[in-house]
Write a protein that binds this ligand. Structure first.
Ligand SMILES: NC(=O)c1ccc[n+]([C@@H]2O[C@H](COP(=O)([O-])OP(=O)(O)OC[C@H]3O[C@@H](n4cnc5c(N)ncnc54)[C@H](OP(=O)(O)O)[C@@H]3O)[C@@H](O)[C@H]2O)c1
Length: 336
């Protein structure tokens, strides 16, 4: 292949993203300058936070610009290097283009050791989502043995890691997810104690039954009505970790649920939002611990892999329809 296919954002989604928001183009494979590397994409990650960047509003990160190549987590191989730190054949992970090839000056890319775990895990369980679960749960949630922890978005990239780490800490883990298949995976393969299908059950009634001792830690990936229900059951000095609000990302107007301050005050609870980048200076600790748990078989993972760069927008949209169990990836190049 001697052309470079790239995916552009050509207009901003209103509500649910659609194919009309994206365009696939072809151009020449870029030349590199001194200090740069040329990377061939093997896997791309699609992530819910990208929806926020498509809005065109600056938040903790810059928005995607229209008619520019989208970027996200990539695992790729160095094809050509004019940078002393990287050699052809190195496998790296970093925030790069939705494209067959990217150029980098080496900042923000890291070498991946394929002998520790399959390279896909650098985008999932031993990558950004794994770090999110690790730091959010342990640093903010501070789970203690015997406590009840509830995690929403439980069958996704972050949620599956949160629940398993909580089990390693001796907690009773309750997972909230959107299908029976996801419930089965969480209970039978990952060892969650209890699961709830938020699409089929009355959340407040079901939580009352399934959390008879209340909720000590809530790891919130979804927000909205699910979280409104959880708030009724928080215990004295509960910890609420605001990680994501995926139920709200496609809404043009924010929706407000029951006021939560009463529950917070009555329980003297802590609610803290975070961005994984807050922990950038501790990422190596996270990679080491997550990699060790994977190698020891204590942390299991699943990946949902869509084939072909051209199907990246479809894979991204699938996140909002609950199509993935575990980490959603796109395979751009078949491994040799
Ligand atoms: N704070 C940070 O630094 C940080 C870092 C990474 C991720 N996050 C956030 O963490 C959350 C999970 O991310 P992830 O990468 O692990 O994604 P993911 O859970 O692997 O994928 C998204 C899942 O969200 C669920 N979902 C979609 N629409 C929903 C809705 N309206 N209500 C409830 N659930 C819905 C779907 O599962 P169901 O079938 O269960 O609906 C879907 O599979 C996201 O909110 C993301 O933005 C935050």
């Amino acid at each position: 292949m001697n052309t470079n296919r790239q995916i552009l954002l050509i207009n901003r989604p209103k509500g649910m993203p659609s194919q009309e928001n994206f365009k696939l183009i072809s151009s020449q494979i870029p030349e590199i300058n001194d200090g740069e590397v040329l990377i061939q994409t093997i896997y791309l990650s699609v992530d819910p936070y990208m929806r926020g960047r498509m809005r065109g509003i600056k938040t903790y990160t810059n928005p995607y610009e229209l008619n520019e190549v989208l970027t996200g987590g990539v695992v790729g191989e160095i094809i050509e290097s004019k940078n002393d730190w990287f050699s052809p054949g190195d496998i790296i992970e970093g925030r790069l283009d939705w494209a067959d090839y990217s150029v980098s000056d080496g900042n923000g890319i890291r070498k991946v050791n394929p002998t520790i775990a399959p390279i896909t895990t650098a985008l999932g369980v031993v990558g950004m989502p794994g770090l999110t679960a690790y730091f959010g749960l342990l640093d903010i949630g501070k789970p203690k043995e015997g406590e009840t922890i509830v995690v929403s978005g439980a069958a996704g990239a972050v949620g599956t890691v949160v629940g398993q780490i909580a089990k390693l800490k001796g907690c009773r883990v309750v997972g909230i997810a959107g299908s029976q298949e996801k419930r089965d995976y969480l209970e039978k393969e990952l060892g969650f104690d209890v699961t709830i299908n938020y699409k089929e059950e009355n959340m407040l009634q079901t939580l009352r039954k399934k959390c008879p001792d209340g909720i000590d830690v809530y790891f919130d990936n979804v927000g909205g009505e699910v979280s409104d229900a959880v708030m009724h059951l928080i215990n004295f000095q509960a910890r609420i970790i605001v990680c994501g609000q995926i139920s709200e990302y496609n809404k043009e107007q924010p929706q407000y649920g029951p006021r939560v301050q009463r529950f917070m005050l009555n329980s003297s609870a802590l609610m803290k939002a975070f961005i994984v980048g807050d922990y950038a200076d501790r990422f190596q600790e996270g990679y080491n611990q997550l990699g060790k748990w994977v190698q020891e078989g204590k942390l299991k993972y699943r990946e949902n892999i869509v084939e072909g760069l051209e199907n990246t927008p479809r894979a991204f949209m699938g996140l909002f329809m609950g199509e993935n169990i575990g980490k959603q990836l796109v395979r751009v190049l078949t491994e040799s």
